[in-house]
Ligand binder design. Structure first.
Ligand code: PHE
Length: 345
C-alpha cells in the first residue's frame, strides 16, 4: 500500500511542472503505461493472501483513478493558460483584413489581345519579329530606295551603320512590316499572318511617342485582290467595333505596296455624324494598306506572276486610345499607377 502512496506522491511532484500535452502523455505512460511504475506494482498481487489482495486491488484502482483525474486537471489547466496567452496578443482580431492589391492588364496589352483574338477568328496566324532588325528587312527588302527619307536618322534609330550604307545597318525597327519579309521567307503561300509588336521612331509629342505599337497583317495566295483586302478590313472592324460602320480606302504611297491606300473607319462614337473624337470628320484614320509590291515578292523569292497578296498595318496605341477615350498617347507609357488603375479588368 505504501508503495502505491509513494507512487502517487512521486506523480504529484512531477505533474505540476508539466507544461505541454506531449509531456503530459509521457508522464501518463511512465506511471500507468504497461511498463509504468504503478502498473508494475500489480504483479505483487500474485503473492498476496486473498484478504490482502482484495484490499490492494481497491487501493490500486483508487490510485490509478486519482492519477488519471489529476492528469485531466493538468490538461485543462494547460488549455486555459493557452487561451489566456491568446487573449493577451495585441492584434485586434476584429480588424478587417487588408486586401491584396491585384495589378491589371495595361490598356495596350488588353487591346492587343483583343485584336489578336479577332484576327485569329478570321483565320490568321500570329507571327513575331525582333525589335532590333536588319536594315535590309526593315527597308531594302520592302523596296525602300537607298535615298528614301524614312531611312534618314531623323526617323530611324540606327544601332549600327548609318543612312547611306545600303543593306548593312542594324536599326530599331520603324514598323512591323519587316515581319512580312520574315514570314514570307519562312512560310509557303497561302500565308495569312498578323504580327503585333513594338516599333521605334525619333518622334516625341502629344500624339507621337518614340516607342509605340503596331499590328501588321499579310495575306499571300493565288488570285488575292484588293477586294479581299477591303472585305477583310470590313470584317475586322465589324468584329471589333460592331457592325454597321463603313470603311474607306484612300490612295496613298508606301514603297512596299502598289496600289497603296490609307484606310479609315467610320467613327464608332458618332457613327459618321462628326464628334470631337473624329474631329468632326466622321472618319477615323486607322493605318496603311495595299497590294504587296512585285519587288517585295522578288526579294523573298516568291513569283509575282503566280502569287498576289495584300498587307496592312496600323497603330495599336491609337486603337486603345480610341476605345478608352485617352487624350494623350504619352500617358500610356508613363507607368503612373493613378492612370493605370483607371483600367480595371
Ligand atoms: N508600315 C506602314 C507604316 O508603318 C504601314 C503599312 C503596312 C502600309 C502595310 C501598307 C501596308 O506606316
Amino acid at each position: 500500500m505504501s508503495a502505491l502512496e509513494q507512487q502517487l506522491e512521486a506523480f504529484r511532484q512531477q505533474v505540476t511542472s508539466v507544461d505541454s500535452e506531449a509531456d503530459l502523455q509521457q508522464l501518463k505512460v511512465a506511471f500507468l503505461g504497461k511498463k509504468g511504475s504503478v502498473s508494475q506494482l500489480r504483479r505483487q498481487m500474485g503473492k498476496m493472501k486473498p484478504e490482502e489482495r482484495k484490499a490492494f486491488g481497491a487501493a490500486f484502482n483508487r490510485c490509478k483513478n486519482q492519477i488519471e483525474s489529476e492528469l485531466e486537471d493538468r490538461r485543462k489547466h494547460l488549455d486555459q493558460q493557452a487561451r489566456l496567452r491568446d487573449l493577451e496578443r495585441t492584434e485586434d482580431l476584429t480588424m478587417p483584413p487588408t486586401r491584396p492589391r491585384f495589378g491589371t492588364l495595361h490598356p495596350i496589352t488588353r487591346t492587343r489581345r483583343e485584336l489578336l483574338a479577332t484576327f485569329r477568328r478570321l483565320g490568321f496566324d500570329v507571327a513575331e519579329g525582333p525589335h532590333i532588325e536588319h536594315e535590309a528587312y526593315n527597308f531594302d527588302a520592302l523596296n525602300f530606295q537607298p535615298e528614301h527619307p524614312a531611312r534618314d536618322e531623323q526617323d530611324t534609330f540606327f544601332v549600327r551603320g548609318q543612312h547611306g550604307e545600303e543593306g548593312s545597318g542594324i536599326v530599331l525597327r520603324t514598323h512591323t512590316s519587316p515581319v512580312q519579309i520574315r514570314s514570307m521567307l519562312t512560310r509557303q503561300p497561302p500565308i495569312r499572318v498578323v504580327a503585333p509588336g513594338t516599333v521605334f521612331r525619333r518622334d516625341d509629342d502629344p500624339t507621337h511617342s518614340p516607342m509605340f505599337h503596331q499590328i501588321e497583317g499579310l495575306y499571300v495566295d493565288r488570285d488575292v485582290s484588293m477586294a479581299d483586302l477591303k472585305a477583310t478590313l470590313l470584317q475586322f472592324t465589324s468584329a471589333f467595333f460592331g457592325t454597321g460602320l463603313d470603311i474607306r480606302l484612300r490612295p496613298s504611297f508606301f514603297p512596299f505596296v502598289e496600289p497603296g491606300a490609307e484606310f479609315d473607319m467610320q467613327c464608332p462614337f458618332c457613327r459618321g455624324d462628326g464628334c470631337n473624337v473624329c474631329k468632326t470628320t466622321g472618319w477615323i484614320e486607322l493605318g496603311g494598306s495595299g497590294m504587296v509590291h512585285p519587288a517585295v515578292f522578288e526579294s523573298v523569292g516568291i513569283d509575282p506572276e503566280e502569287y498576289t497578296g495584300w498587307a496592312f498595318g496600323f497603330g495599336i496605341d491609337r486603337m486603345a486610345m480610341l476605345l478608352h477615350g485617352i487624350p494623350d498617347l504619352r500617358l500610356m507609357f508613363d507607368g503612373d499607377v493613378r492612370f493605370l488603375e483607371q483600367f480595371p479588368c
